[in-house]
Ligand binder design. Sequence first.
Ligand SMILES: C[S@@+](CC[C@H](N)C(=O)[O-])C[C@H]1O[C@@H](n2cnc3c(N)ncnc32)[C@H](O)[C@@H]1O
Ligand code: SF4
Ligand code: SF4
Length: 394
Amino acid sequence: MSQVYATKYLARAAASAPRDLANAALAKFTAIHPTVLIYHCTFVCDARCEMCSNWKRGDRKSDMSLEEIERAFSSPFWRNIENANVSGGEPTTRNDLVDICRVMLDKFPRLRKFGLNTTGLTPHRAIPMLTDIVKMCAERDIIFSFRVSIDGVGEMHNDVRQVPHGFDKANETIRAMQTLQKDYPFNFGISTTIFSQNLDDADNILRWARGENLDIVFNMVRFTDPMLGNSDLADSCKPVGEEEEQMRQFFLDRVRIDPLLDGQNYIYMHYADMIANGYHRLAPCPFQTQGIMLNPDGGMFFCENSEVVGNVLDTDPGEIYFSPESQAHRDYIKNDQCPTCLSPCQMNVAAIKQVVPYAKFLARASREKRKHRHVPTAARTANGARETSLPPGR
Ligand SMILES: C[S@@+](CC[C@H](N)C(=O)[O-])C[C@H]1O[C@@H](n2cnc3c(N)ncnc32)[C@H](O)[C@@H]1O
Ligand code: SF4
Ligand code: SF4
């Protein structure tokens, strides 16, 4: 992110702080309009990833058409959306992706930040589409952040995504976006999902990304039918035993080594905590009170652990969202799912809006850093991490 763009980003976050705090306070007592949206515009995909099953449920015929999307997003229900993300499936498999994004940018009057995840595996489609979206956001002064998913260097990526030459193809998209960044302001980087197959490659990916001057975020693998259709993959993909500890160390090392205010550190600490404490969630989540997700067919659900509570094709989204049945389901999620949920989705949004948990995180992250600094160099591994196991990071 350029300095100017980063400053603008922080200035916007600061300017909205009073409203964020008021919203968070209000949400404790009553259901409020959502401020965060993740829209899975299709489950059709150009990869067949080992750790995600969305590609198995892709069905173009059941995807909402552009007209249906426009009608659904015309509801005043969306008036407070500030953060909107397009995901899937692979968004760039839709010919009308740019128009879908235009509708979202036009229909959400409070939109501040727009995001997208892509495989980048079909560069001849992805590059012109992403270029158009970058330009649209720049014209509207909306912060655009997007990432290409990279799960290994070279053959590892091809194997995880089950796409021959996938690494080279994704790199073509990445290079085009790095060139575009010279002319337009947007946040860009790569995203890596760590699971049993590529865990040993994590340091390698990190080194490669730094060498390529690419911002990188790591996701810890999770299993959720509503969002990834993959609960049956836990046995084959979830690191257990020593592997799980290796993964915890990897995330803890990021907290110790990367800059304190790196936006991802809060999430990495959350992963390390959850592994250490037997999956007991300590971190806030915006989806508890102000998030919403939309499926390709118009099914609306509260978060990655929520049932579909209605369909925007036949009912106004506000009517679905505020109905007593839907709110009762949300209470069930809060009581039964949140306590053990690993989700990092838009967690930084919640972190910044909740001053106390964030201040606690900063204090703990600083302690981790101090501990790391006091270890003799010889006791560190090649990437600067401690070899010794640390007590639970809390
Ligand atoms: C579901 S994909 C959809 C967008 C696009 N197809 C892609 O792969 O970037 C969104 C993000 O979820 C990540 N992901 C996939 N499987 C996951 C899993 N089991 N746990 C956590 N994240 C996962 C992907 O690596 C990607 O960064
Ligand atoms: S992670 Fe993305 S590319 Fe891979 S199967 Fe899932 S939706 Fe498709
Ligand atoms: S179940 Fe998870 S994703 Fe859903 S609201 Fe709770 S913490 Fe957030």
